[in-house]
Design a protein around this ligand. Sequence first.
Ligand SMILES: Nc1nc2c(ncn2[C@@H]2O[C@H](COP(=O)(O)OP(=O)(O)OP(=O)(O)O)[C@@H](O)[C@H]2O)c(=O)[nH]1
Ligand SMILES: [Mg+2]
Length: 437
Amino acid sequence: MSMFLDQVTIDVKAGKGGDGMVAFRREKYVPDGGPAGGDGGHGGDVILVVDEGLRTLMDFRFNRHFKAQPGENGMSKGMHGRGSEDTYIKVPQGTTVRDAETGALLGDLIENGQTLVIAKGGRGGRGNIRFASPRNPAPEIAENGEPGQERKIELELKVLADVGLVGFPSVGKSTLLSVISSARPKIGAYHFTTLVPNLGMVTTSDGRSFAAADLPGLIEGASQGVGLGTQFLRHIERTRVILHVIDMSGMEGRDPYEDYVAINHELSSYNLRLLERPQIIVANKMDMPGAEENLIKFKEQLNKEKTDEFADDIPVFPISGVTRKGIDPLLNATADLLEVTPEFPLYEEEIEEETVQYGFRPEGPEFTIDRDSDATWILSGEKIEKLFQMTNFDHDETVMRFARQLRGMGVDEALRARGAKDGDLVRIGEFEFEFVE
Ligand SMILES: Nc1nc2c(ncn2[C@@H]2O[C@H](COP(=O)(O)OP(=O)(O)OP(=O)(O)O)[C@@H](O)[C@H]2O)c(=O)[nH]1
Ligand SMILES: [Mg+2]
């Protein structure tokens, strides 16, 4: 199991709004004071924020539940509850955010400090001051705070690099990165030394620079999840140029050209058009005996596979990461290719405009009616359940307001149409009441 976490689902719950208060002024010599219950404060949002100091989603290994604080309840003397602070969750640059239930893309977080609200705090319930009217100057009505939005969010990390180093395990990707940048990836004579993509800034001899990442080794079947699999192919998605590193010494007993074909096959099988990215072939380990002959054979085979005489030659750069031979021309060619290669848009789909979740989501019926085996009528639906949660059942007048709201939504009529009789039980969530015509 790799220690690298680049995809994780988290549960987030925004803060509930504070409850509105029912209170009355108590003034000397004034027998019945007016309403004085304040509003509840706003519940905290849950917000993602990019922190350039993070490189992985490791922090989420043991911590996947995030809750924002509720707003403060309204108070007497007309004082409103304080709104709660928002809860920030740090994510690395290159984090893609989706609604885990619908799969909808919510954002692609790139810039340091960039933020994205992923769960909206509930608004505070109104206190009884708000419900005063000439007809009802002393209402015993207050709203509870709106529940905070609750969501499952999927985070996926895609490394931000212009250039990706791709190839079989142990072909020398990390060695090359360590030579061309100040990155210090682990290098080893065994497969899958690299488990975490390493990122390095490269500067060419003529002063141009780009970001390069060595990616964990790919093997046949990677696109189907074999080896470290697709998990790492997705990091190539953001790169514009692929350096296809090949062990030209054949020291592990594989044929360099077959390696080349196999890796390209994996790139094409992964459904993200990775082969559309231009490649440079890096013929590595040229310091080894036999490498020169293998390179000649490799180029012959490469030419044979050319579709026609007008097809572009794929550039091949012989190098040795160990002796640092051939590095300069490779880097200059890479910078040249970057200059003429556009970005490949990662998402063709639109990022979903976050509609503010105040009030009620328009989709879906306002309520549904079912009948339980014990003949109780069951009311459900997002709007009706939220209305229920925002009702303060301590005050009869508030309960009556709830009944009026249900009538206004057409609940009474619908129940009657389904055959509900006086005295039948009706249930919303855990709460039961009698149906009265
Ligand atoms: N002779 C020779 N050996 C090299 C060269 N480049 C890398 N090696 C050796 O090849 C082995 C693998 O090198 P790495 O750089 O770790 O290879 P990698 O492609 O990053 O491997 P994974 O991370 O496992 O996919 C190490 O023992 C390196 O010393 C080279 O140019 N010449
Ligand atoms: Mg490596």
